[in-house]
Design a protein around this ligand. Structure first.
Ligand code: BGC
Length: 248
């Protein structure tokens, strides 16, 4: 079966065909800018362009979205256009792509990819994955099984949404030094640790490539083992394709 994974983010829409048995990309990933504003019809059109880049013969498409997605219906869109909320994205993408699709939360997809092919492989117990990007995404696993749509990026830290304190976007826009930002991520993860007692915390998002720069400051606040995501930018694409293998 030919599976395509597409990762929709606030700034880019990225896709690649994926081998679901190994988690490997079968072609170089292709990226287009997310249209601004990110209205559903425009995003669907660009998603189709990403798919068309890989030619025909695709059997199923897995699509990530940066918000709560239940049975294909979007229930929140913190960093996307509000027209998405309560929209049947499953139906929108089936129509736009002309192929069966599975739509899911972006952090859940990234987490599934890490559990199968990356830093969480073979880890039992409670695993928490957080993605640090435009927002903060979360994926929670017990013995490898996902609890979907956890939204832990929106817990409140000292009166403020956690993702407004510790996302990668905050680091960039405020030009925070690694030490200061690392301490904010640490404060956030310490709270998560107090609530969930995870056996492993995986940090994903593009910034996980620079783990050596900020992990030391995070570790000052956290006692659970900490790992950088192994699939980094590809995790969403791989998880999306993996979860699209079967209908439902
Ligand atoms: C959204 C989550 C999403 C995360 C990362 C948050 O603002 O609420 O659903 O997973 O950003 O994109």
């Amino acid at each position: 079966m030919n599976l395509l994974g597409i990762d929709i983010g606030g700034t880019g829409i990225k896709g690649a065909p994926v081998n679901p048995d190994t988690g490997e990309l079968l072609a170089e990933r292709f990226r287009l800018d997310t249209p601004q504003p990110a209205k559903p019809a425009d995003v669907a059109r660009v998603t189709r362009q990403v798919m068309d880049h890989f030619g025909g013969g695709i059997d199923r498409v897995g699509i990530t979205f940066p918000g709560i997605v239940k049975s294909g219906v979007v229930r929140s869109a913190a960093n996307m256009d509000q027209e998405w909320v309560n929209l049947d994205a499953g139906r929108l993408f089936v129509q736009a792509l002309g192929a069966p699709t599975a739509v899911m939360n972006d952090a859940d997809a990234a987490g599934v990819a890490e559990m199968h092919f990356g830093a969480g492989q073979g880890v039992h117990g409670v695993v928490l994955m957080v993605t640090l990007g435009t927002g903060i995404g979360s994926a929670l696993f017990l013995d490898g099984k996902l609890v979907p749509n956890t939204e832990f990026g929106h817990i409140e830290i000292r009166g403020k949404d956690a993702e407004k304190r510790a996302s990668e976007r905050v680091r960039e826009t405020k030009e925070l030094p690694w030490k200061k930002w690392g301490a904010s991520v640490g404060e956030y993860l310490a709270r998560m640790e107090a609530l969930l007692s995870p056996d492993l915390i995986i940090i994903g998002g593009g910034v996980s490539k620079k783990a050596d720069k900020f992990f030391p400051f995070v570790k000052e606040h956290v006692t659970a083992p900490l790992a950088a995501a192994k699939l980094q930018n590809e995790a969403g694409i791989v998880g999306a394709a993996f979860l699209a293998r079967s209908p439902g």
